[in-house]
Design a binder for this molecule. Sequence first.
Ligand SMILES: [Zn+2]
Length: 300
Amino acid sequence: MSRRYQSKRELSYLPNGGKDKQMYVKLKMYTTGSCGQLEKLTNRTKPLHHVQFPARFFHLEHPTEGHILVDTGYATHFRTATSRFPYKLYAILTPIHFSDEQSAASQLQRRGIQPSEIRKILITHFHADHIAGLKDFPNATFLCSRRGYESVRGQSGLLALKKAFIPSLLPDDFESRLSFIEDYAVSQDSSIGQQLAVFETEIYDIFHDGTVVAFDLSGHAEGQMGFLCRAEQRQVLLAADGAWDSAAIRDNSPPMRVTSLILSDRSEYLETLHKLHQFHITQPTVQLIPFHCREVEGLE
Ligand SMILES: [Zn+2]
């Protein structure tokens, strides 16, 4: 059963779904280091060997909204946050390869984009490898699902760790800069609706122009969101951790059962994976990106 999140959203429906103005975002993918893990854990068909899973974030340049990020990947704050118990256990269980110049802020600066220019960060979910750089962007507002934030809000210690969440990675003023995706307008673009129909969930139009729409991909984490972006060359579905790799989506191949320890809901995860598999079959022209997949390329 898919869950439809009930929210008190403002019903600011768009009369035309933004169709009369086809706008696009420029989209680039960045890798902020990696963490080592047994590949078989993430996909039963893979061999039992250690591989490095890249930790990614995405930079979107919107023609009127400016510089937007989707997640941040690892950052120096991760090292500080995991220097003491119990959070040190996180770093022990998923040993990372990361150097300071790989942080989102450093990489963007080298491309001429200052951290102060980032206006909005879309958060797919609150696992530490996705939010470690939030503190580096002082002027950004944050956007996530209400369900996602409520699942970690106020949690600390082992309870937080069980959800791969480290509360000190959130900026002190996080909540005052936060809004919820469920309060955004529901997309009225019928072509986007048809494309994403397989997910059987609400579709939220983040910039009221169809360039970036958000929808639920729960299972890996509660309230995890994916984003369908209308990029210049093609549509790109940012699938967060809906699967660990593209092969798992192509083959509808589940992770090993032991990974249930870190999934918020295994049956929901499998349902989401199946939907991503169906999407892959019905929308072959859309580039589908699981954030830790090693075979994704072409967006750097
Ligand atoms: Zn995750």
